[in-house]
Each structure stands twice: as C-alpha cells, then as structure tokens.
Unconditional design. Structure first.
Length: 228
C-alpha cells in the first residue's frame, strides 16, 4: 500500500504547519499550497490522494478550487474553514467537497475524517467486482460496479466518490427505511461530529444530478427510503 499523499491548501502558515506536522506524524506524505492557483497546479501535475482545502485563499476561493478540481478529477476533498453557516456548508458540498470541518477544529477530528475517507476508498477498491460482473440498471440509470461509474440515458454522470458510494448503498438497501445515522456510519464510515445535515445535502445532490426525486423518498424525522 503506497503512502497516502495529502495536499493542504491553507494560506495561514501556522495552521498549515500544524496540519502538516500532525498528519506527517500519522504517516501521511504531506504537501502544502498557500494559494488556490498553486493548489490547482499541484493537483494537476501530481494528484494527491486527498485535499484539505481552506475556503478563504488570497487569490481564488477554495470554493472555486473545489469546483475546478471536481470537474476533471476524482480527488476526495475536505474543506476546512471558519465559515460555519449551514448555507456555506451547502455551497461547499454542492461544489463537490466530500466533507466539511469548521475552524477552530480538533486535530483528532481531522485525523478521524481522513482515516474514514481512506477506509471508504479502500473498501470500494477491495470490493471491485470480477471482469464478468453485471451492471445494475433501473430506469435509464446504469451503475457499472467494475468501472465505478454511472450513466443516465447513456450519458456519463460525474459523481464524486461519496455520491457513488451513497447511490450504491441506497440500491443495495432498496425498499428499506435508512436512518441518517445508519447512512453516515455505512457510507462516511464514522459517527458525524455535529449533525447529519451533510447526508441531506448529498441526497439533494444525487436527486438533482440523476433525477431521483421519486426514488429517494424522505421519511419524516427518520431518514430516507430508496425505491425502484
């Protein structure tokens, strides 16, 4: 297993140094970038395994960096920022971020989120089906477990790792009522530090991208039910 590389995009040098030191002690290879432009260049030239991305950068915003990267690459992104309004979290997650941590943060939380993200990715890789694995189809949507890709009406859909995992989890547990905590534990791989709003936002994104308003049903005060 290769050493996981993390790109920290943070213009506050003490915070960048703290993150780099702690994550280095955890065994990760760490690079830093103080600007959005440098982050985009580094991500393109030598893609990291994960991006820790600050929202407020001196040149272009972390939100724009997130949007540009997710348009062309499937790099997990965790945003770290002082912006803690629900609306800000929605913007960050809708831009393609996988997760969101607000400042001031506990380093134990950052490490837990990173490890959970890598566990999820490794689990997906370990479960790669054999060459003769069949695709999953419902309506005009086709899931290719081998290629970890999704098409709708024959058109490839640009889903993030989390969106793909969430869709597959819904399908595998179709016609069952799933609580938000169940979804977080199974898809994100940890008990969420805060509330379960992140599940709602990712469900909203899946509905919008794939037109699944009817299939992903909200169960009031409980969670969701996927029906086909």
């Amino acid at each position: 297993m290769h050493e996981k590389k993390i790109l920290i995009v943070e213009d506050d040098q003490p915070i960048a140094d703290l993150l780099a030191y702690r994550l280095g002690k955890e065994g990760y290879a760490v690079e830093t970038a103080p600007t959005g432009a440098l982050a985009l260049q580094k991500a393109a030239d030598n893609p990291p395994d994960l991006l820790l991305l600050d929202w407020m950068l001196p040149d272009i915003s972390g939100l724009e960096v997130c949007q540009q990267i997710t348009q062309t690459q499937r790099i997990p992104i965790i945003m770290i920022t002082a912006r803690n309004l629900v609306e800000d979290k929605i913007l960050g997650l809708e831009a393609g971020a996988d997760d969101y941590i607000t400042k001031p943060f506990d380093m134990r939380e950052v490490v837990a989120r990173l490890k959970a993200t890598f566990r999820r990715m490794e689990s997906q890789a370990a479960q790669t089906p054999p060459d003769d694995a069949q695709t999953i189809a419902f309506g005009d949507i086709v899931i290719d477990p081998k290629g970890m890709s999704v098409t709708k009406g024959g058109q490839n859909m640009d889903l993030t790792h989390l969106e793909y995992s969430l869709l597959l989890y819904f399908y595998e547990n179709r016609n069952q009522v799933l609580t938000r905590d169940q979804i977080l534990d199974s898809v994100w791989g940890y008990s969420y530090f805060g509330n379960t709003r992140t599940v709602d936002i990712h469900v909203l994104r899946l509905r919008r991208k794939l037109g699944l308003d009817q299939q992903i049903q909200t169960v009031f005060k409980v969670g969701y039910k996927f029906t086909i």
